[in-house]
Design a binder for this molecule. Structure first.
Ligand SMILES: Nc1ncnc2c1ncn2[C@@H]1O[C@H](COP(=O)(O)OP(=O)(O)OP(=O)(O)O)[C@@H](O)[C@H]1O
Ligand SMILES: [Mg+2]
Length: 284
Protein backbone atom coordinates (compact mmCIF):
# COMPACT_ATOMS: atom_id res chain seq x y z
CA UNK A 1 0.00 0.00 0.00
CA UNK A 2 1.41 3.38 -0.96
CA UNK A 3 1.73 5.96 1.73
CA UNK A 4 2.09 9.66 1.20
CA UNK A 5 4.21 11.09 3.93
CA UNK A 6 4.92 14.56 2.57
CA UNK A 7 3.43 17.64 4.12
CA UNK A 8 1.57 19.95 1.78
CA UNK A 9 3.37 22.43 -0.42
CA UNK A 10 2.43 24.59 -3.36
CA UNK A 11 3.21 23.30 -6.84
CA UNK A 12 6.29 24.70 -8.49
CA UNK A 13 6.73 25.57 -12.12
CA UNK A 14 10.24 24.57 -13.09
CA UNK A 15 11.93 26.27 -15.97
CA UNK A 16 11.00 24.60 -19.21
CA UNK A 17 8.10 22.74 -17.65
CA UNK A 18 5.21 24.95 -18.64
CA UNK A 19 2.81 24.75 -21.52
CA UNK A 20 5.06 25.22 -24.56
CA UNK A 21 2.88 27.75 -26.36
CA UNK A 22 1.75 30.50 -24.00
CA UNK A 23 0.40 33.43 -26.01
CA UNK A 24 0.41 35.98 -23.23
CA UNK A 25 2.19 36.34 -19.91
CA UNK A 26 0.57 33.75 -17.66
CA UNK A 27 -0.62 34.38 -14.14
CA UNK A 28 0.49 32.07 -11.34
CA UNK A 29 -2.90 30.29 -11.49
CA UNK A 30 -2.59 29.72 -15.23
CA UNK A 31 0.87 28.27 -14.76
CA UNK A 32 -0.54 25.67 -12.39
CA UNK A 33 -3.32 24.63 -14.79
CA UNK A 34 -0.79 24.47 -17.66
CA UNK A 35 0.64 21.42 -15.93
CA UNK A 36 -1.38 18.23 -15.77
CA UNK A 37 0.93 16.90 -13.06
CA UNK A 38 3.22 18.71 -10.65
CA UNK A 39 5.49 16.10 -9.07
CA UNK A 40 7.47 17.24 -6.06
CA UNK A 41 10.27 15.35 -4.31
CA UNK A 42 8.92 11.94 -5.30
CA UNK A 43 10.69 8.87 -3.93
CA UNK A 44 9.50 5.28 -4.32
CA UNK A 45 10.68 2.12 -2.65
CA UNK A 46 10.06 -1.59 -3.24
CA UNK A 47 10.72 -2.94 0.22
CA UNK A 48 14.22 -1.66 1.03
CA UNK A 49 15.08 -0.86 -2.57
CA UNK A 50 14.66 2.72 -3.70
CA UNK A 51 13.59 2.86 -7.34
CA UNK A 52 12.82 6.61 -7.65
CA UNK A 53 15.02 9.16 -5.91
CA UNK A 54 13.57 12.54 -5.08
CA UNK A 55 12.21 13.48 -8.50
CA UNK A 56 10.50 16.80 -9.18
CA UNK A 57 8.96 17.35 -12.60
CA UNK A 58 6.01 19.22 -14.07
CA UNK A 59 4.18 17.42 -16.87
CA UNK A 60 2.50 19.83 -19.29
CA UNK A 61 -1.16 19.47 -20.19
CA UNK A 62 -2.20 18.70 -23.79
CA UNK A 63 1.33 17.80 -24.80
CA UNK A 64 3.37 14.65 -25.24
CA UNK A 65 6.05 13.96 -22.66
CA UNK A 66 8.50 11.15 -23.39
CA UNK A 67 10.44 9.32 -20.69
CA UNK A 68 13.68 7.70 -21.75
CA UNK A 69 16.49 5.95 -19.92
CA UNK A 70 18.18 2.57 -19.57
CA UNK A 71 16.39 -0.54 -18.36
CA UNK A 72 15.71 -0.59 -14.64
CA UNK A 73 16.04 3.17 -14.13
CA UNK A 74 12.46 3.60 -12.85
CA UNK A 75 10.47 4.72 -15.90
CA UNK A 76 7.59 2.26 -15.40
CA UNK A 77 7.63 2.79 -11.66
CA UNK A 78 7.32 6.53 -12.20
CA UNK A 79 4.43 6.49 -14.65
CA UNK A 80 2.52 3.89 -12.64
CA UNK A 81 2.55 6.42 -9.80
CA UNK A 82 0.74 8.95 -11.97
CA UNK A 83 -2.46 6.90 -11.84
CA UNK A 84 -1.92 5.11 -8.54
CA UNK A 85 -1.36 1.75 -10.23
CA UNK A 86 1.87 1.54 -8.29
CA UNK A 87 0.17 0.88 -4.98
CA UNK A 88 -1.20 -2.40 -6.34
CA UNK A 89 2.36 -3.76 -6.03
CA UNK A 90 2.94 -5.16 -2.52
CA UNK A 91 5.52 -3.58 -0.19
CA UNK A 92 5.82 -0.30 -2.05
CA UNK A 93 6.18 3.05 -0.39
CA UNK A 94 5.75 6.49 -1.94
CA UNK A 95 7.04 9.73 -0.48
CA UNK A 96 6.53 13.16 -1.96
CA UNK A 97 3.66 14.80 -3.67
CA UNK A 98 1.89 14.42 -6.99
CA UNK A 99 -0.59 17.14 -7.82
CA UNK A 100 -2.99 16.47 -10.68
CA UNK A 101 -4.46 19.78 -11.82
CA UNK A 102 -3.56 21.13 -8.42
CA UNK A 103 -5.16 18.29 -6.43
CA UNK A 104 -3.15 15.88 -4.33
CA UNK A 105 -3.42 12.51 -6.07
CA UNK A 106 -2.56 10.65 -2.87
CA UNK A 107 -4.67 12.72 -0.47
CA UNK A 108 -6.65 10.73 2.05
CA UNK A 109 -9.98 11.41 0.31
CA UNK A 110 -8.71 10.74 -3.22
CA UNK A 111 -10.36 7.70 -4.82
CA UNK A 112 -7.87 5.49 -6.74
CA UNK A 113 -10.63 4.22 -9.07
CA UNK A 114 -11.52 7.80 -10.02
CA UNK A 115 -7.86 8.66 -10.53
CA UNK A 116 -7.48 5.67 -12.87
CA UNK A 117 -10.55 6.70 -14.82
CA UNK A 118 -9.13 10.17 -15.39
CA UNK A 119 -5.61 8.88 -16.02
CA UNK A 120 -5.72 5.90 -18.38
CA UNK A 121 -2.87 3.52 -19.09
CA UNK A 122 -1.69 1.37 -21.97
CA UNK A 123 0.95 -1.23 -21.28
CA UNK A 124 3.90 -2.61 -23.18
CA UNK A 125 2.27 -5.87 -24.21
CA UNK A 126 -1.13 -5.38 -25.70
CA UNK A 127 -3.45 -7.59 -23.74
CA UNK A 128 -7.04 -7.71 -24.90
CA UNK A 129 -9.12 -9.74 -22.44
CA UNK A 130 -8.94 -13.18 -24.04
CA UNK A 131 -12.52 -14.28 -23.52
CA UNK A 132 -14.02 -11.03 -24.78
CA UNK A 133 -14.96 -9.82 -28.24
CA UNK A 134 -13.49 -6.67 -29.77
CA UNK A 135 -16.62 -4.79 -28.72
CA UNK A 136 -16.61 -6.10 -25.17
CA UNK A 137 -12.94 -5.24 -24.82
CA UNK A 138 -13.62 -1.60 -25.68
CA UNK A 139 -16.69 -1.34 -23.47
CA UNK A 140 -15.49 -3.21 -20.39
CA UNK A 141 -14.51 -0.06 -18.47
CA UNK A 142 -17.83 1.62 -19.19
CA UNK A 143 -19.75 -1.45 -18.11
CA UNK A 144 -17.75 -1.59 -14.89
CA UNK A 145 -18.76 2.04 -14.37
CA UNK A 146 -22.40 0.99 -14.67
CA UNK A 147 -23.19 2.32 -18.16
CA UNK A 148 -26.06 0.20 -19.56
CA UNK A 149 -27.67 2.43 -22.19
CA UNK A 150 -27.16 0.64 -25.52
CA UNK A 151 -27.08 3.84 -27.55
CA UNK A 152 -24.44 5.37 -25.32
CA UNK A 153 -22.40 2.17 -25.49
CA UNK A 154 -22.65 2.00 -29.29
CA UNK A 155 -21.64 5.62 -29.67
CA UNK A 156 -18.70 5.25 -27.35
CA UNK A 157 -17.64 2.03 -29.07
CA UNK A 158 -17.42 3.67 -32.47
CA UNK A 159 -15.89 6.89 -31.17
CA UNK A 160 -13.17 5.06 -29.23
CA UNK A 161 -12.30 2.76 -32.11
CA UNK A 162 -12.19 5.72 -34.49
CA UNK A 163 -9.94 7.66 -32.14
CA UNK A 164 -7.68 4.65 -31.91
CA UNK A 165 -7.58 4.52 -35.73
CA UNK A 166 -8.99 0.99 -35.72
CA UNK A 167 -12.66 1.42 -36.65
CA UNK A 168 -12.33 0.87 -40.38
CA UNK A 169 -10.35 -2.32 -39.85
CA UNK A 170 -12.73 -3.96 -37.36
CA UNK A 171 -16.17 -2.42 -37.85
CA UNK A 172 -17.48 -5.59 -39.51
CA UNK A 173 -15.87 -7.90 -36.93
CA UNK A 174 -16.93 -6.37 -33.62
CA UNK A 175 -18.18 -9.70 -32.25
CA UNK A 176 -14.94 -11.54 -33.05
CA UNK A 177 -12.53 -12.27 -30.21
CA UNK A 178 -10.22 -9.43 -29.24
CA UNK A 179 -7.32 -11.84 -29.61
CA UNK A 180 -8.20 -12.62 -33.25
CA UNK A 181 -6.64 -9.45 -34.67
CA UNK A 182 -2.96 -8.67 -35.28
CA UNK A 183 -0.55 -7.50 -32.57
CA UNK A 184 -0.60 -3.93 -33.87
CA UNK A 185 -4.40 -3.98 -34.01
CA UNK A 186 -4.54 -5.43 -30.50
CA UNK A 187 -2.38 -2.57 -29.26
CA UNK A 188 -4.78 -0.06 -30.86
CA UNK A 189 -7.69 -2.01 -29.34
CA UNK A 190 -6.09 -1.52 -25.92
CA UNK A 191 -5.75 2.19 -26.69
CA UNK A 192 -9.46 2.25 -27.66
CA UNK A 193 -10.27 0.49 -24.38
CA UNK A 194 -8.32 3.12 -22.45
CA UNK A 195 -9.99 5.97 -24.38
CA UNK A 196 -13.53 4.59 -23.95
CA UNK A 197 -13.84 5.87 -20.39
CA UNK A 198 -12.81 9.31 -21.65
CA UNK A 199 -9.68 9.89 -19.58
CA UNK A 200 -7.83 13.19 -19.58
CA UNK A 201 -4.40 11.61 -19.57
CA UNK A 202 -3.02 8.61 -21.40
CA UNK A 203 0.04 6.92 -19.92
CA UNK A 204 1.79 4.60 -22.36
CA UNK A 205 4.53 2.25 -21.22
CA UNK A 206 6.54 1.19 -24.28
CA UNK A 207 3.40 0.85 -26.41
CA UNK A 208 5.32 -0.12 -29.55
CA UNK A 209 8.05 -2.37 -28.22
CA UNK A 210 6.39 -5.54 -29.52
CA UNK A 211 5.36 -4.11 -32.88
CA UNK A 212 6.86 -4.04 -36.37
CA UNK A 213 7.82 -0.72 -38.01
CA UNK A 214 4.52 -0.37 -39.89
CA UNK A 215 2.37 -0.95 -36.81
CA UNK A 216 4.72 1.33 -34.85
CA UNK A 217 4.27 4.11 -37.42
CA UNK A 218 0.50 3.77 -37.07
CA UNK A 219 0.62 4.06 -33.30
CA UNK A 220 2.96 7.05 -33.53
CA UNK A 221 0.60 8.77 -35.95
CA UNK A 222 -2.25 8.04 -33.58
CA UNK A 223 -0.33 9.45 -30.60
CA UNK A 224 0.28 12.67 -32.52
CA UNK A 225 -3.42 12.90 -33.41
CA UNK A 226 -4.46 12.39 -29.79
CA UNK A 227 -2.14 15.16 -28.64
CA UNK A 228 -4.74 17.91 -29.09
CA UNK A 229 -7.21 16.22 -26.76
CA UNK A 230 -5.10 14.41 -24.20
CA UNK A 231 -2.09 14.80 -22.03
CA UNK A 232 0.18 11.93 -23.02
CA UNK A 233 3.16 10.46 -21.19
CA UNK A 234 5.03 7.81 -23.14
CA UNK A 235 7.90 5.62 -21.97
CA UNK A 236 10.06 4.47 -24.82
CA UNK A 237 13.43 2.84 -25.44
CA UNK A 238 13.30 4.09 -29.00
CA UNK A 239 15.00 7.46 -29.12
CA UNK A 240 13.89 8.16 -32.66
CA UNK A 241 10.36 7.59 -31.46
CA UNK A 242 10.80 10.01 -28.56
CA UNK A 243 12.18 12.65 -30.88
CA UNK A 244 9.47 12.05 -33.49
CA UNK A 245 6.42 12.16 -31.24
CA UNK A 246 7.14 14.12 -28.09
CA UNK A 247 7.20 17.78 -27.12
CA UNK A 248 9.17 17.26 -23.92
CA UNK A 249 11.60 14.55 -22.96
CA UNK A 250 12.76 13.44 -19.53
CA UNK A 251 15.92 11.37 -19.15
CA UNK A 252 15.93 9.06 -16.12
CA UNK A 253 19.03 7.30 -14.85
CA UNK A 254 19.16 4.93 -11.86
CA UNK A 255 16.06 6.42 -10.31
CA UNK A 256 17.02 10.04 -10.83
CA UNK A 257 15.73 12.64 -13.25
CA UNK A 258 18.91 13.77 -14.96
CA UNK A 259 17.43 16.18 -17.49
CA UNK A 260 14.02 17.39 -18.65
CA UNK A 261 13.45 19.80 -21.49
CA UNK A 262 12.14 20.44 -24.97
CA UNK A 263 12.65 17.29 -27.00
CA UNK A 264 14.67 19.01 -29.74
CA UNK A 265 16.92 20.67 -27.17
CA UNK A 266 17.47 17.49 -25.20
CA UNK A 267 18.44 15.47 -28.25
CA UNK A 268 20.40 18.19 -30.07
CA UNK A 269 21.96 20.13 -27.21
CA UNK A 270 21.75 18.04 -24.04
CA UNK A 271 22.76 19.98 -20.97
CA UNK A 272 24.06 17.01 -19.02
CA UNK A 273 26.95 14.76 -19.89
CA UNK A 274 24.98 11.64 -18.86
CA UNK A 275 22.16 12.55 -21.25
CA UNK A 276 24.63 13.00 -24.07
CA UNK A 277 26.31 9.67 -23.32
CA UNK A 278 22.96 7.90 -23.34
CA UNK A 279 21.50 9.43 -26.49
CA UNK A 280 24.73 8.88 -28.40
CA UNK A 281 24.77 5.23 -27.37
CA UNK A 282 27.82 5.37 -25.12
CA UNK A 283 25.92 3.54 -22.41
CA UNK A 284 22.55 1.94 -21.80
N1 LIG B 1 7.47 -5.28 -8.41
C1 LIG B 1 8.73 -4.99 -8.09
N2 LIG B 1 9.30 -5.44 -6.96
C2 LIG B 1 10.55 -5.14 -6.63
N3 LIG B 1 11.35 -4.35 -7.38
C3 LIG B 1 10.87 -3.86 -8.51
C4 LIG B 1 9.52 -4.15 -8.94
N4 LIG B 1 9.31 -3.52 -10.12
C5 LIG B 1 10.46 -2.86 -10.41
N5 LIG B 1 11.38 -3.07 -9.45
C6 LIG B 1 12.76 -2.50 -9.43
O1 LIG B 1 12.70 -1.10 -9.50
C7 LIG B 1 13.66 -0.58 -10.41
C8 LIG B 1 12.98 0.21 -11.50
O2 LIG B 1 12.18 -0.67 -12.28
P1 LIG B 1 11.25 -0.19 -13.46
O3 LIG B 1 10.46 -1.35 -13.92
O4 LIG B 1 10.53 1.04 -13.03
O5 LIG B 1 12.35 0.24 -14.56
P2 LIG B 1 12.16 0.66 -16.08
O6 LIG B 1 12.99 1.89 -16.27
O7 LIG B 1 10.74 0.70 -16.45
O8 LIG B 1 12.90 -0.55 -16.83
P3 LIG B 1 12.60 -1.21 -18.29
O9 LIG B 1 13.13 -0.23 -19.28
O10 LIG B 1 13.39 -2.46 -18.26
O11 LIG B 1 11.13 -1.44 -18.39
C9 LIG B 1 14.43 -1.77 -10.92
O12 LIG B 1 15.62 -1.89 -10.18
C10 LIG B 1 13.54 -2.94 -10.66
O13 LIG B 1 14.26 -4.11 -10.40
MG1 LIG C 1 9.56 -0.42 -17.76
Amino acid sequence: MAVNTMSSSTPTSQSGAMNPTPTSPATAAELVTANAFAVKDLSIWYGEKQAIKNISIDIPVMAITAIIGPSGCGKSTFIRCLNRMHELVPRTRVEGKILFHGEDLYAAGSDPAMVRRRVGMVFQKSNPFPTMSIEENVLVGLRLNGVRNRQVLNERLEKSLRRAALWDEVKNDLKKPGMSISGGQQQRLCIARALAVEPEVLLMDEPCSALDPIATAKIEELIRELRDQYTIVIVTHNMQQASRVSDRTAFFYVGELIEFGDTAQLFNRPRERQTEDYITGRFG
